[in-house]
Write a protein that binds this ligand. Structure first.
Ligand SMILES: *[C@@H]1O[C@H](CO)[C@@H](O)[C@H](O)[C@H]1NC(C)=O
Ligand SMILES: *[C@@H]1O[C@H](CO)[C@@H](O)[C@H](O)[C@H]1NC(C)=O
Ligand SMILES: *[C@@H]1O[C@H](CO)[C@@H](O)[C@H](O)[C@H]1NC(C)=O
Ligand SMILES: *[C@@H]1O[C@H](CO)[C@@H](O)[C@H](O)[C@H]1NC(C)=O
Ligand SMILES: *[C@@H]1O[C@H](CO)[C@@H](O)[C@H](O)[C@H]1NC(C)=O
Ligand SMILES: *[C@@H]1O[C@H](CO)[C@@H](O)[C@H](O)[C@H]1NC(C)=O
Ligand SMILES: *[C@@H]1O[C@H](CO)[C@@H](O)[C@H](O)[C@H]1NC(C)=O
Ligand SMILES: *[C@@H]1O[C@H](CO)[C@@H](O)[C@H](O)[C@H]1NC(C)=O
Ligand SMILES: *[C@@H]1O[C@H](CO)[C@@H](O)[C@H](O)[C@H]1NC(C)=O
Ligand SMILES: *[C@@H]1O[C@H](CO)[C@@H](O)[C@H](O)[C@H]1NC(C)=O
Ligand SMILES: *[C@@H]1O[C@H](CO)[C@@H](O)[C@H](O)[C@H]1NC(C)=O
Length: 787
């Protein structure tokens, strides 16, 4: 007894010392959040003021070709300050609704002396004036007008300050035209003559989906005395007219139009914009209750407090690391909480009390890192996001693959909500989620083909069931969608089925578990064992044999060059959702070759064993066939683990992070995709990468001496600690490890690590060791490892 007690106190003593080093902690994590990361070079990040998962997202919009998130730092001009955005998406700009635009004065002090249309009113801003911190965004226009903004859940608050001198005759317009010019017919706006309040609504198109939606606003102004107000169309306005309904028009659309308000003096003006998808009355109520007194400082302080609270679960030791590492890390985490957006109570789809989230934009991205990250870090939010997916299932009959602005978005591959569901089920099954409804929803994906599978479910299910793969040039008269991507769809459907089998197993449905495990092996039907791969336009063989290939309905092989749509394909291959695209979505057969996350053992055998598998992964990375700026690359960084070479995953992680991620405006290698890239970065720096859909995290050394995460579910603190931490990252190879003080040789851990607050200690060295390399150390795989 005594001896044990003594040992225990020794252990405590040791961890207290470790604690001492680890107390070199970040006091204010928000200091290391730079919302401007990803505002150029295609990151398309939303850089403005928002609450976590907030609907109001205020920022300056630019006229850049890359303004999907509103603001960019690529030398473009400002066209306005709008209140709703998505973050990190591709396609057309999303939302960007109800922009305000401030004029210090109009020529000759007449309303027609101002230029209202978005295309011609744009103005540059001074680079040094841009300030972006969580809950706050500001810049100064070349006209001398300063615009600051902050946000509550459904309300933006702007403060416009005018250039000094008595020349200021301020005018603010509210434009009904959205960022992507999608506004439809009959938008309307009314101005209240006395108060200047503007209310109205307009119909718009979603940025990557079908249908349309109506959004409502309520704008109020506080500042100097009101001189007058009215409406404008094109560049002509009148204070005599207070109501406008405007057409989209057949050319030059959408026709510029909106309302204006003028002030008699240069007192700063506060503009409060409430938002709703139900009515402008609700928008007004929300604005009045969320920001009753136009208190800019108070609204910003509240936002800062909420963000500070949200960032609290993760601490890292700062010893030896510089601001770049900390800023990369905490900014990546911050970006995971911009989308999806919480529209509970403000949507016309379900009643006020039903959880409704939107901007799952897109699940094809999110499932890989974003949602798994939040499962650890903000579990209650993930529970609600899953409930939000079930809300959509109940209303639309299907789980979405992508969803934004109340509308269905386009499916890119499989029914990947199945992966999110499996991931959540395995990690947080104790929550109140209705898992039998979850199972019904995912099983429907596997069994029933939607008539229109553009935006939900899967296509080609008759062929899938009869031939056990998705054929190229399929015959499908039951459901309709883009008949491309037969290889990547086969691979994703296979993995989706594996995820379904795990939920079935957990719910005690052994028959379904086995059935979906069987169908999860259908990927192997497109594996052509004798297929070779030559470098593009060359007779040089890459030296590897065995690649996926398209197969026709008559079960004969088609052909797609394994490097088509890879990062080194510089030709004019069509690789997205176009009718003319090939059999792999946004990537090559080379990269998709590794996408069998549930049966790496069988894949490794198919590739010719672990050595060839490793050589092939090396070739993929070294020849730059893969590009870390798109999500299918994520898992390939860490798949060395499955071949018993976790050290090589660590080596790749330490190549990709410094080379492709930096805390600068252009510091992301591709679209952030609603924080998916941010979550990948955070996971990689934390030293644990999820195999999404499974209860598996692959272990690599954190980029910090220690990382600790407090579970929002249990309140327990899990810690990963590097012994022999080397801030120059020469020592990045695990020599041995302990878990809760006992030797640990597996190269992966499960979610109980976080829930039970365990301690993983990694002893680092400069060379690869035998740690985590034996078959018994490898992550789970459906088949037995053959080595
Ligand atoms: C704490 O940091 C010091 C250097 O500041 C180092 O020598 C020592 O090994 C560290 N202790 C632990 C437990 O990591
Ligand atoms: C402001 O920054 C942008 C993007 O870096 C650059 O293109 C532009 O030239 C800068 N403007 C000035 C005045 O320095
Ligand atoms: C301003 O007034 C001057 C003199 O009347 C006139 O020439 C000019 O066109 C006016 N400009 C605008 C924009 O109305
Ligand atoms: C940006 O605005 C400035 C005036 O502020 C103008 O001179 C310039 O042409 C504009 N550039 C673009 C790309 O709109
Ligand atoms: C717009 O309003 C006009 C005039 O009231 C009406 O004829 C038309 O049908 C409306 N368009 C739509 C799309 O509602
Ligand atoms: C609010 O105002 C106070 C006093 O001017 C200031 O100390 C504080 O930093 C402000 N808060 C924010 C979030 O700007
Ligand atoms: C979403 O909004 C609802 C209604 O305001 C609120 O009850 C819920 O806590 C919010 N969820 C999150 C994750 O912020
Ligand atoms: C199988 O179908 C493909 C595509 O229609 C065709 O090119 C090929 O000749 C067929 N092969 C056989 C053996 O029927
Ligand atoms: C292959 O050849 C095509 C056609 O000449 C060309 O467009 C493409 O850039 C070449 N690709 C590579 C990788 O050299
Ligand atoms: C921060 O540290 C990393 C790793 O040691 C180093 O590569 C990088 O250059 C440093 N950055 C700065 C700004 O000092
Ligand atoms: C690490 O490996 C290199 C060769 O790869 C060898 O020269 C060196 O001595 C090794 N270092 C240690 C500490 O084993």
């Amino acid at each position: 007894m005594d001896r044990i007690l003594t040992l225990a106190s020794l252990v405590q003593c040791a961890s207290a010392q470790a604690g001492d080093n680890a107390t070199a902690r970040v006091r204010d994590k928000l200091r290391y959040v730079d919302p401007l990361i990803g505002t150029s070079n295609g990151g398309n990040v939303f850089a403005g003021a928002s609450l976590p998962y907030g609907m109001a997202k205020a920022v300056a919009d630019t006229n850049s070709g890359s303004n999907q998130g509103g603001f960019t730092t690529d030398g473009s001009n400002i066209t306005g300050f709008s209140s709703m955005h998505d973050s990190g998406t591709g396609g057309s700009p999303s939302l960007g609704l109800f922009p305000l635009f401030p004029f210090a004065s109009c020529a000759n002090d007449t309303i027609d002396g101002c230029t209202f249309p978005k295309k011609s009113r744009s103005v540059s801003f001074t680079n040094e004036s841009v300030k972006a911190t969580p809950g706050y965004f500001a810049l100064q226009l070349q006209t001398g007008v300063t615009a600051e903004m902050t946000a509550a859940q459904h309300t933006s608050l702007f403060r416009f300050s005018w250039p000094s001198g008595n020349a200021a005759r301020p005018v603010i317009i509210l434009d009904l035209t959205d960022l992507s010019d999608s506004r439809q017919d009959n938008a309307s706006i009314s101005v209240d003559a006395g108060s200047g309040r503007m209310t109205g609504e307009a119909r718009f198109n979603p940025s990557f989906g079908q249908g349309n939606y109506v959004a409502y606003f309520c704008a109020d102004f506080r500042g100097g005395s009101i001189r007058d107000n009215g409406i404008f169309v094109n560049s002509r306005g009148s204070a005599d007219v207070k109501d406008l309904t405007i057409s989209r028009s057949i050319n030059g659309y959408p026709l510029p139009g909106g309302a204006f308000i003028r002030f008699t003096d240069s007192t700063p003006v506060l503009a409060r914009v409430g938002l709703s998808f139900i009515s402008s009355e609700q928008a007004c109520q929300l604005a009045e209750s969320e920001i009753p007194n136009f208190d800019f400082n108070g609204t910003q302080s509240t936002a800062v407090d909420i963000w500070r609270q949200k960032m609290s679960p993760i601490d890292v030791s700062t010893r030896g690391v510089n601001n770049s590492a900390l800023t990369n890390f905490y900014s990546g985490i911050y970006r995971t909480m911009i989308n999806p957006q919480n529209y509970t109570g403000v949507n016309p789809v379900v009643d006020e009390s039903t959880i409704y989230f939107d901007s799952y934009y897109c699940i094809w991205d999110l499932f890989r890192s974003h949602t798994p990250f939040l499962t650890i870090f903000d579990t209650p939010a993930v529970v609600q996001m899953v409930e939000g997916l079930l809300t959509l299932y109940k209303v639309q009959g299907w789980l979405p693959d992508c969803h934004m602005s109340l509308n269905k978005g386009y499916t890119q591959g499989g029914s990947n909500a199945d992966v999110i569901m499996s991931d959540a089920y395995l990690k947080i099954k104790k929550s109140n989620i209705d898992w039998s409804l979850v199972y019904e929803a995912v099983q429907k994906d596997a069994e029933e083909e939607p008539y229109d599978w553009c935006c939900e479910g899967r296509g080609g299910l008759d062929s899938w069931k009869a031939l056990n793969y998705i054929p190229v040039q399929d015959f499908d008269y039951k459901g309709f969608g883009t008949m491309t991507r037969s290889i990547s769809r086969t691979l994703e459907y296979s993995y989706n089925d594996f995820c379904i089998s795990q939920i079935a197993g957990g719910l005690g449905n052994q028959g379904d578990k086995e059935k979906y495990q069987r169908t999860s092996e259908y990927w192997s039907n497109l594996f052509k064992a004798d297929q070779t791969s030559l470098l593009l336009n060359s007779t040089t063989d890459t030296g590897f044999v065995g690649f996926f290939q398209p197969k026709y309905l008559n079960q004969t092989w088609g052909f797609q060059d394994p490097l088509t749509c890879s990062n080194i394909d510089t030709g004019d291959s069509v690789c997205s959702l176009q009718n003319t695209a090939g059999e792999t979505f946004e990537s090559s057969i080379w990269e998709y070759s590794f996408y069998v996350p549930h049966d790496q053992a069988r894949l490794i055998a198919a590739f010719g064993g672990p050595r060839t598998f490793v050589r092939r992964l090396d070739y993929l990375h070294d020849q730059k066939i893969t590009y870390i700026g798109n999500e299918p690359a994520f898992l390939t960084v860490f798949q060395y683990h499955y071949a018993g070479r976790p050290a090589l995953s660590a080596k790749r992680a330490h190549f990709y992070v410094p080379t492709f991620f930096s805390p600068t405006n252009g510091g992301l290698p591709g679209n952030d995709d609603s924080g998916t890239m941010g979550a990948f970065l955070a996971f990689t720096m934390m030293g644990l990468n999820p195999v999404p859909g499974q209860d598996v995290y692959l272990i690599t050394p954190p980029f910090f001496e220690s990382v600790s995460i407090t579970s929002p579910v249990t309140g327990k603190k899990a810690t990963i600690r590097n012994v022999g931490f080397d801030p120059s990252y020469q020592s990045i190879y695990i020599q041995r490890a302990t878990l809760n003080g006992r030797p640990y040789t597996k190269n992966w851990i499960d979610h109980s690590f976080f829930l039970e607050g365990k301690e993983l200690v990694l002893y680092l060295g400069r060379n690869e060791s035998s740690w985590g390399t034996h078959t018994r150390d490898l992550p789970p795989s459906l088949s037995e490892y053959q080595f």
